[in-house]
Design a protein around this ligand. Structure first.
Ligand code: AAT
Length: 292
Protein backbone atom coordinates (compact mmCIF):
# COMPACT_ATOMS: atom_id res chain seq x y z
CA UNK A 1 0.00 0.00 0.00
CA UNK A 2 1.09 3.59 -0.61
CA UNK A 3 3.08 4.97 2.33
CA UNK A 4 4.09 1.50 3.56
CA UNK A 5 7.52 -0.06 3.40
CA UNK A 6 7.83 -2.91 0.93
CA UNK A 7 10.08 -5.65 2.32
CA UNK A 8 12.27 -7.83 0.13
CA UNK A 9 12.92 -11.25 1.67
CA UNK A 10 14.52 -14.10 -0.20
CA UNK A 11 16.38 -17.34 0.52
CA UNK A 12 19.25 -15.75 -1.46
CA UNK A 13 19.80 -13.45 1.57
CA UNK A 14 18.50 -15.37 4.60
CA UNK A 15 18.13 -13.66 7.96
CA UNK A 16 17.73 -10.15 6.61
CA UNK A 17 15.38 -8.06 4.50
CA UNK A 18 15.72 -4.79 2.70
CA UNK A 19 12.89 -2.37 2.27
CA UNK A 20 11.75 0.66 0.29
CA UNK A 21 8.90 3.04 0.98
CA UNK A 22 6.14 2.79 -1.64
CA UNK A 23 4.57 5.92 -3.14
CA UNK A 24 2.52 4.15 -5.75
CA UNK A 25 2.15 0.73 -7.36
CA UNK A 26 2.35 1.27 -11.13
CA UNK A 27 2.15 -2.24 -12.53
CA UNK A 28 1.62 -5.76 -11.28
CA UNK A 29 1.42 -8.78 -13.55
CA UNK A 30 2.51 -12.31 -14.17
CA UNK A 31 4.30 -13.36 -17.34
CA UNK A 32 4.96 -16.89 -18.52
CA UNK A 33 8.24 -16.76 -16.55
CA UNK A 34 7.90 -14.51 -13.51
CA UNK A 35 5.94 -11.99 -11.44
CA UNK A 36 6.58 -8.43 -12.61
CA UNK A 37 6.09 -5.40 -10.39
CA UNK A 38 6.83 -1.72 -10.98
CA UNK A 39 6.38 0.81 -8.20
CA UNK A 40 7.29 4.39 -7.44
CA UNK A 41 9.47 4.51 -4.33
CA UNK A 42 9.98 7.61 -2.21
CA UNK A 43 13.76 7.47 -2.20
CA UNK A 44 14.93 5.69 -5.37
CA UNK A 45 12.44 6.63 -8.09
CA UNK A 46 10.67 3.87 -10.03
CA UNK A 47 11.71 0.31 -9.20
CA UNK A 48 11.44 -2.88 -11.29
CA UNK A 49 10.94 -6.09 -9.27
CA UNK A 50 10.94 -9.63 -10.72
CA UNK A 51 9.80 -12.53 -8.53
CA UNK A 52 10.20 -10.35 -5.44
CA UNK A 53 13.79 -9.30 -6.26
CA UNK A 54 14.74 -5.71 -7.11
CA UNK A 55 16.25 -5.57 -10.60
CA UNK A 56 16.78 -1.85 -10.87
CA UNK A 57 15.82 1.54 -9.51
CA UNK A 58 16.01 4.83 -11.38
CA UNK A 59 18.40 6.31 -8.88
CA UNK A 60 21.12 3.66 -8.88
CA UNK A 61 20.65 1.74 -12.17
CA UNK A 62 23.56 3.77 -13.59
CA UNK A 63 26.08 1.99 -11.35
CA UNK A 64 25.10 -1.51 -12.44
CA UNK A 65 24.41 -0.88 -16.14
CA UNK A 66 27.46 1.30 -16.75
CA UNK A 67 29.81 -1.11 -14.98
CA UNK A 68 28.50 -4.31 -16.58
CA UNK A 69 28.78 -2.75 -20.06
CA UNK A 70 31.99 -0.74 -19.87
CA UNK A 71 34.15 -3.09 -17.77
CA UNK A 72 34.27 -5.55 -20.70
CA UNK A 73 33.96 -3.12 -23.64
CA UNK A 74 36.68 -0.75 -22.43
CA UNK A 75 39.02 -3.71 -21.87
CA UNK A 76 39.36 -4.54 -25.59
CA UNK A 77 40.16 -2.41 -28.62
CA UNK A 78 37.26 -1.51 -30.91
CA UNK A 79 34.62 -4.08 -29.94
CA UNK A 80 32.37 -4.78 -32.93
CA UNK A 81 29.92 -7.58 -32.17
CA UNK A 82 28.32 -7.74 -28.75
CA UNK A 83 25.71 -10.07 -27.22
CA UNK A 84 23.57 -9.15 -24.22
CA UNK A 85 21.89 -11.96 -22.29
CA UNK A 86 18.83 -10.81 -20.30
CA UNK A 87 18.82 -7.03 -19.96
CA UNK A 88 15.22 -6.63 -21.19
CA UNK A 89 14.97 -3.15 -19.64
CA UNK A 90 17.37 -1.78 -22.29
CA UNK A 91 19.81 -0.11 -19.87
CA UNK A 92 22.81 -2.18 -20.92
CA UNK A 93 21.99 -1.53 -24.60
CA UNK A 94 21.91 2.19 -23.85
CA UNK A 95 25.42 1.93 -22.40
CA UNK A 96 26.80 -0.19 -25.25
CA UNK A 97 25.57 2.39 -27.73
CA UNK A 98 28.23 4.83 -26.45
CA UNK A 99 30.79 2.64 -28.27
CA UNK A 100 30.86 3.75 -31.89
CA UNK A 101 33.15 0.85 -32.91
CA UNK A 102 30.22 -1.53 -32.24
CA UNK A 103 28.42 -2.71 -35.38
CA UNK A 104 26.01 -5.31 -34.01
CA UNK A 105 24.27 -5.60 -30.63
CA UNK A 106 22.33 -8.86 -30.28
CA UNK A 107 20.13 -9.15 -27.21
CA UNK A 108 18.50 -12.37 -26.03
CA UNK A 109 15.86 -11.76 -23.35
CA UNK A 110 13.53 -14.56 -22.29
CA UNK A 111 10.59 -12.44 -21.22
CA UNK A 112 8.83 -10.15 -23.71
CA UNK A 113 6.66 -8.76 -20.94
CA UNK A 114 9.73 -7.27 -19.19
CA UNK A 115 10.56 -5.40 -22.40
CA UNK A 116 6.99 -4.11 -22.85
CA UNK A 117 6.68 -3.01 -19.23
CA UNK A 118 10.03 -1.18 -19.35
CA UNK A 119 9.04 0.55 -22.58
CA UNK A 120 6.11 2.03 -20.70
CA UNK A 121 7.67 2.83 -17.33
CA UNK A 122 11.43 3.24 -17.91
CA UNK A 123 11.83 5.21 -21.17
CA UNK A 124 15.30 6.37 -20.11
CA UNK A 125 16.43 2.71 -20.15
CA UNK A 126 14.25 1.45 -22.99
CA UNK A 127 15.92 4.08 -25.23
CA UNK A 128 18.69 1.45 -25.62
CA UNK A 129 16.39 -0.55 -27.94
CA UNK A 130 16.14 2.39 -30.34
CA UNK A 131 19.76 2.04 -31.47
CA UNK A 132 19.61 0.66 -35.05
CA UNK A 133 22.49 -1.73 -34.28
CA UNK A 134 20.25 -3.65 -31.85
CA UNK A 135 18.72 -7.00 -32.91
CA UNK A 136 16.23 -8.41 -30.42
CA UNK A 137 15.82 -12.17 -29.93
CA UNK A 138 13.11 -13.21 -27.51
CA UNK A 139 14.00 -16.58 -26.01
CA UNK A 140 16.10 -18.55 -23.57
CA UNK A 141 19.74 -17.51 -23.87
CA UNK A 142 20.90 -21.06 -23.15
CA UNK A 143 19.13 -22.24 -26.30
CA UNK A 144 20.11 -19.12 -28.31
CA UNK A 145 23.81 -19.60 -27.59
CA UNK A 146 23.76 -23.20 -28.80
CA UNK A 147 23.08 -21.91 -32.33
CA UNK A 148 25.59 -19.05 -32.38
CA UNK A 149 28.47 -19.63 -34.83
CA UNK A 150 31.81 -20.20 -33.12
CA UNK A 151 33.82 -17.01 -32.48
CA UNK A 152 30.98 -14.64 -33.46
CA UNK A 153 31.23 -12.09 -30.64
CA UNK A 154 33.93 -9.79 -29.31
CA UNK A 155 32.04 -9.44 -26.02
CA UNK A 156 29.16 -11.14 -24.21
CA UNK A 157 27.42 -9.39 -21.32
CA UNK A 158 25.25 -11.53 -19.08
CA UNK A 159 22.81 -9.14 -17.43
CA UNK A 160 20.64 -11.83 -15.95
CA UNK A 161 18.50 -12.22 -12.88
CA UNK A 162 19.55 -14.30 -9.88
CA UNK A 163 19.98 -18.05 -10.35
CA UNK A 164 16.49 -18.93 -9.16
CA UNK A 165 13.85 -19.26 -11.88
CA UNK A 166 14.69 -18.74 -15.57
CA UNK A 167 18.31 -17.75 -14.94
CA UNK A 168 19.30 -20.93 -13.06
CA UNK A 169 21.27 -22.39 -15.97
CA UNK A 170 23.17 -19.16 -16.58
CA UNK A 171 25.61 -19.90 -13.77
CA UNK A 172 26.26 -23.53 -14.78
CA UNK A 173 29.21 -25.03 -16.61
CA UNK A 174 27.49 -25.80 -19.98
CA UNK A 175 26.42 -22.17 -20.27
CA UNK A 176 29.95 -20.88 -19.68
CA UNK A 177 31.24 -23.37 -22.23
CA UNK A 178 28.84 -22.12 -24.88
CA UNK A 179 29.70 -18.47 -24.16
CA UNK A 180 33.41 -19.26 -24.48
CA UNK A 181 32.71 -20.96 -27.83
CA UNK A 182 30.69 -17.98 -29.06
CA UNK A 183 33.56 -15.57 -28.38
CA UNK A 184 36.45 -14.86 -30.74
CA UNK A 185 40.00 -15.52 -29.45
CA UNK A 186 40.76 -12.76 -26.93
CA UNK A 187 37.03 -12.00 -26.60
CA UNK A 188 35.51 -11.08 -23.24
CA UNK A 189 32.63 -12.18 -21.04
CA UNK A 190 31.15 -10.07 -18.24
CA UNK A 191 28.66 -11.82 -16.00
CA UNK A 192 26.54 -10.46 -13.16
CA UNK A 193 28.12 -12.19 -10.16
CA UNK A 194 26.11 -11.49 -7.02
CA UNK A 195 27.28 -10.12 -3.68
CA UNK A 196 30.61 -10.83 -2.04
CA UNK A 197 28.89 -10.45 1.36
CA UNK A 198 26.19 -13.01 0.68
CA UNK A 199 27.24 -15.42 -2.04
CA UNK A 200 30.91 -16.33 -1.71
CA UNK A 201 30.15 -20.00 -2.46
CA UNK A 202 28.35 -19.18 -5.65
CA UNK A 203 31.12 -16.79 -6.67
CA UNK A 204 33.73 -19.40 -5.86
CA UNK A 205 31.88 -21.97 -8.03
CA UNK A 206 31.52 -19.58 -10.95
CA UNK A 207 35.19 -18.62 -10.71
CA UNK A 208 36.40 -22.19 -10.68
CA UNK A 209 34.24 -23.15 -13.67
CA UNK A 210 35.49 -20.07 -15.54
CA UNK A 211 39.13 -20.68 -14.70
CA UNK A 212 38.78 -24.04 -16.44
CA UNK A 213 36.71 -22.80 -19.35
CA UNK A 214 38.39 -19.49 -20.18
CA UNK A 215 42.05 -19.86 -21.01
CA UNK A 216 42.79 -16.11 -21.03
CA UNK A 217 42.20 -14.34 -17.72
CA UNK A 218 39.48 -14.49 -15.06
CA UNK A 219 38.80 -11.65 -12.61
CA UNK A 220 36.21 -10.47 -10.10
CA UNK A 221 35.16 -6.83 -9.79
CA UNK A 222 32.44 -5.11 -7.76
CA UNK A 223 30.50 -1.91 -7.37
CA UNK A 224 28.16 -0.29 -4.90
CA UNK A 225 24.44 -0.53 -5.80
CA UNK A 226 22.34 0.45 -2.76
CA UNK A 227 19.09 -1.25 -3.84
CA UNK A 228 20.71 -4.67 -4.36
CA UNK A 229 20.87 -6.96 -1.30
CA UNK A 230 23.86 -6.00 0.87
CA UNK A 231 24.38 -2.92 -1.31
CA UNK A 232 27.00 -4.35 -3.62
CA UNK A 233 27.05 -6.35 -6.83
CA UNK A 234 29.90 -8.28 -8.44
CA UNK A 235 31.01 -8.89 -12.00
CA UNK A 236 32.90 -11.84 -13.34
CA UNK A 237 35.25 -10.92 -16.18
CA UNK A 238 36.78 -13.60 -18.38
CA UNK A 239 38.71 -13.66 -21.63
CA UNK A 240 39.25 -16.48 -24.08
CA UNK A 241 42.66 -17.66 -25.25
CA UNK A 242 44.15 -15.28 -27.79
CA UNK A 243 45.43 -11.73 -27.63
CA UNK A 244 45.82 -11.15 -23.87
CA UNK A 245 43.30 -8.91 -22.12
CA UNK A 246 44.46 -6.79 -19.17
CA UNK A 247 41.12 -6.07 -17.48
CA UNK A 248 42.69 -3.87 -14.82
CA UNK A 249 44.01 -1.26 -17.26
CA UNK A 250 41.40 -0.39 -19.92
CA UNK A 251 42.94 -0.11 -23.41
CA UNK A 252 39.79 1.50 -24.76
CA UNK A 253 39.17 4.25 -22.19
CA UNK A 254 35.68 5.68 -22.10
CA UNK A 255 36.97 9.24 -21.80
CA UNK A 256 38.33 8.98 -25.36
CA UNK A 257 35.23 7.50 -26.98
CA UNK A 258 33.66 9.84 -29.49
CA UNK A 259 30.33 8.04 -29.30
CA UNK A 260 30.18 8.71 -25.59
CA UNK A 261 30.95 12.40 -25.94
CA UNK A 262 28.36 12.79 -28.71
CA UNK A 263 25.48 10.75 -27.29
CA UNK A 264 24.21 13.61 -25.11
CA UNK A 265 23.95 11.52 -21.95
CA UNK A 266 26.58 11.84 -19.30
CA UNK A 267 27.93 8.82 -17.48
CA UNK A 268 26.89 8.98 -13.85
CA UNK A 269 29.07 6.29 -12.29
CA UNK A 270 31.71 4.72 -14.51
CA UNK A 271 35.10 6.24 -15.35
CA UNK A 272 38.56 4.76 -15.92
CA UNK A 273 39.58 5.17 -12.28
CA UNK A 274 36.47 3.33 -11.04
CA UNK A 275 37.22 0.65 -13.65
CA UNK A 276 40.63 -0.19 -12.21
CA UNK A 277 39.50 0.29 -8.60
CA UNK A 278 36.64 -2.21 -9.07
CA UNK A 279 39.15 -5.07 -9.16
CA UNK A 280 40.59 -4.26 -5.73
CA UNK A 281 39.13 -6.90 -3.41
CA UNK A 282 38.72 -6.91 0.36
CA UNK A 283 41.09 -9.36 2.08
CA UNK A 284 38.34 -11.80 3.07
CA UNK A 285 37.14 -11.96 -0.55
CA UNK A 286 40.66 -12.51 -1.82
CA UNK A 287 41.00 -15.43 0.54
CA UNK A 288 37.58 -16.90 -0.14
CA UNK A 289 37.82 -16.73 -3.90
CA UNK A 290 41.52 -17.67 -3.69
CA UNK A 291 42.82 -14.78 -5.67
CA UNK A 292 45.84 -14.28 -3.37
N1 AAT B 1 19.34 -4.58 -16.12
C1 AAT B 1 18.43 -5.06 -15.15
C2 AAT B 1 18.90 -6.12 -14.41
C3 AAT B 1 18.61 -7.40 -14.44
S1 AAT B 1 17.37 -7.94 -15.46
C4 AAT B 1 17.63 -9.62 -15.77
C5 AAT B 1 16.84 -10.11 -16.98
O1 AAT B 1 17.30 -11.42 -17.32
C6 AAT B 1 15.34 -10.22 -16.78
O2 AAT B 1 14.68 -9.37 -17.68
C7 AAT B 1 15.03 -11.70 -17.07
O3 AAT B 1 13.82 -11.90 -17.74
C8 AAT B 1 16.22 -12.09 -17.94
N2 AAT B 1 16.50 -13.54 -17.97
C9 AAT B 1 16.49 -14.41 -16.94
N3 AAT B 1 16.80 -15.65 -17.37
C10 AAT B 1 17.04 -15.57 -18.70
C11 AAT B 1 17.40 -16.53 -19.70
N4 AAT B 1 17.56 -17.82 -19.40
N5 AAT B 1 17.57 -16.09 -20.97
C12 AAT B 1 17.41 -14.78 -21.29
N6 AAT B 1 17.06 -13.84 -20.38
C13 AAT B 1 16.88 -14.22 -19.09
C14 AAT B 1 19.40 -8.25 -13.52
C15 AAT B 1 19.55 -7.67 -12.15
C16 AAT B 1 20.44 -8.46 -11.24
C17 AAT B 1 19.95 -8.45 -9.83
C18 AAT B 1 20.98 -8.92 -8.88
N7 AAT B 1 20.44 -9.22 -7.60
Amino acid sequence: KAGNLMYFNNPMWPGEAHSLKVENILFQGKSEFQEILVFESSAYGKVLVLDGIVQLSEKDECAYQEMIAHLPLCSIESPKRVLVVGGGDGGVLREISRHSSVELIDICEIDKMVIDVCKKFFPQLYVGFEDPRVQLHVGDAVEFLRHVPEGKYDAIIVDSSDPVGPAQELVERPFFETTARALRPGGVLCNMAESMWLHTHLIQDMLSICRETFKGSVHYAWASVPTYPSGVIGFLLCSTEGPPVDFLHPVNPIEKLEGNLKCGRELRFYNSEIHSAAFALPSFVRREVSIL
